[in-house]
Design a protein around this ligand. Structure first.
Ligand code: ADE
Length: 248
């Protein structure tokens, strides 16, 4: 069984790539894929690039061409939920596309053809992933310590929103989150790819789970916080969590 480990950007993947054994580099659809063995497990490491279409293309290639059995996304996100701080870890239970709006024909945010507003992740894979994060947080000691956090990192499990927008202003973050919360959908974090992968995986009935480390608060300092976090911390989280996940 081959597991795809998907990330958007090289900084999120570099730690994993450094540990890959028998790595074989393949280029397809303008993307680089690495097939190999990670901690004794067959994996394909892939970079989607940014945005929902790029992520959907990559997920489709992973399924159709590489025949992976499951996809795990690891990357960063902007924290928008109450108490979701920089350095915290969010495991997605489900996804919403915050820029999808076919109202009044369909319920706001609902992707026509799919049940409800939220696109579910695979519950079993998500439980394994969140257990792996829990183990990391308990056992990693100061491994996740870094200059960007104020409190010890915490795990949040819930809804993540994706859309083709990098959110750099708290008014925009509120405008995006508040109506969802009012409709009963408490969004923890925003990013730009996960919901697209969730949708593709629903189409193919392939298990999907996602973990996102909070790099910024999707506010006026996001454009500074995001690259600093990416450069210094992102790969460390991904490497440790994926190792624990593969061992679970
Ligand atoms: N990924 C990380 N931070 C983000 C933000 N502020 N907006 C969208 N995607 C992100």
């Amino acid at each position: 069984m081959t597991t795809a480990i998907l990330s958007a950007l090289p900084e999120e993947q570099s730690g994993l790539l450094a540990r890959l054994e028998q790595g074989q580099r393949l280029v397809h659809a303008g993307r680089v894929f690495w097939r190999g063995s990670l901690h004794g497990h067959s994996v394909v490491l892939a970079l989607s690039g940014i945005g929902k279409v790029a992520a959907a293309t990559t997920a489709t290639v992973l399924i159709e061409r590489f025949r992976v059995a499951r996809i795990v996304f690891t990357g960063v996100a902007g924290g928008v939920g109450e108490g979701v701080a920089v350095g915290d870890i969010v495991v997605a239970q489900d996804y919403v596309q915050h820029d999808m709006d076919v109202s009044p024909l369909f319920e706001r945010w609902r992707v026509p053809g799919y049940e409800g507003v939220c696109l579910p992740c695979d519950p079993t894979l998500t439980a394994i992933l969140s257990e792996a994060v829990n183990v990391c947080l308990v056992s990693a000691g100061s491994y996740f310590d870094h200059e960007f956090m104020d409190t010890a990192p915490r795990l949040h499990l819930g809804l993540v929103a994706s859309g083709d927008r990098f959110v750099t202003c708290s008014e925009v973050a509120r405008a995006l989150r508040d109506p969802l919360v009012a409709a009963g959908h408490d969004v923890l974090a925003v990013e730009m790819e996960g919901a697209a992968v969730a949708q593709v995986c629903l189409d193919y009935q392939l298990p999907f789970a996602a973990v996102r480390t909070v790099s910024d608060r999707a506010d006026a300092s996001a454009h500074v916080d995001f690259p600093a976090f990416m450069e210094k911390v992102a790969s460390r989280y991904a490497e440790r969590i994926v190792q624990q996940f593969l061992e679970e």
